[in-house]
Ligand binder design. Structure first.
Ligand code: GTP
Ligand code: MG
Length: 138
């Protein structure tokens, strides 16, 4: 069974949307097999999003991710990586399909409520960045 790393971002934790977002995952058949609320430092946010280091929004993105607590979680299910991307919706909420998390909750292209891994290799790396094997209870 596939696993993917999800982050409920500061704009969503701030507005008390964790439960509503988790309901979207569970309704889609994704199981939350690990979950914790943490406050990222700038350095931790910067390392997590290091692939975007040359993009113009990198600094803004890191400051946002470190601005308030996030909920990091591991979602499990058949085709979990792609399924989660579908449930999340497009990066820009203006382009996100109706019923998706970003269509319903995201505030802007930057403050877009959730992160999800985009491929098997990045999912494995991102899960290992936040969780030890002992914390993953399928
Ligand atoms: P993630 O699941 O968070 O990786 O989103 P994504 O895969 O849909 O988008 P991408 O990896 O291209 O960008 C990563 C994150 O950078 C996005 O989710 C946004 O939070 C942020 N971001 C992307 N484009 C912009 C932008 O034009 N402006 C700002 N401020 N942030 C952006
Ligand atoms: Mg991405």
């Amino acid at each position: 069974v596939e696993r993917t790393l999800s982050i409920i971002k500061p704009d969503a934790t701030k507005r008390n949307l964790t439960g509503k977002i988790n309901a979207k995952f569970e309704d889609a058949g994704l199981r939350i097999v690990a979950q914790k609320r943490i406050q990222l430092t700038m350095a931790q946010a910067g390392q997590f999003y290091i692939v975007h280091k040359d993009r113009p929004f990198y600094g803004e993105l890191c400051e946002f991710m470190a601005s308030k607590p996030v909920v990091v979680q591991v979602l499990e299910g058949e085709g979990a990586i792609l399924k989660n991307r579908e449930v999340m919706g497009a990066t820009n909420p203006a382009d996100a399909a109706p019923g998706t998390i970003r269509a319903e909750f995201a505030e802007s292209v930057g403050e877009n409520s959730v992160h999800g891994s985009d491929a098997p290799e990045t999912a494995a790396e991102e899960i290992a960045y936040f969780f030890s094997g002992l914390e993953l209870v399928g």
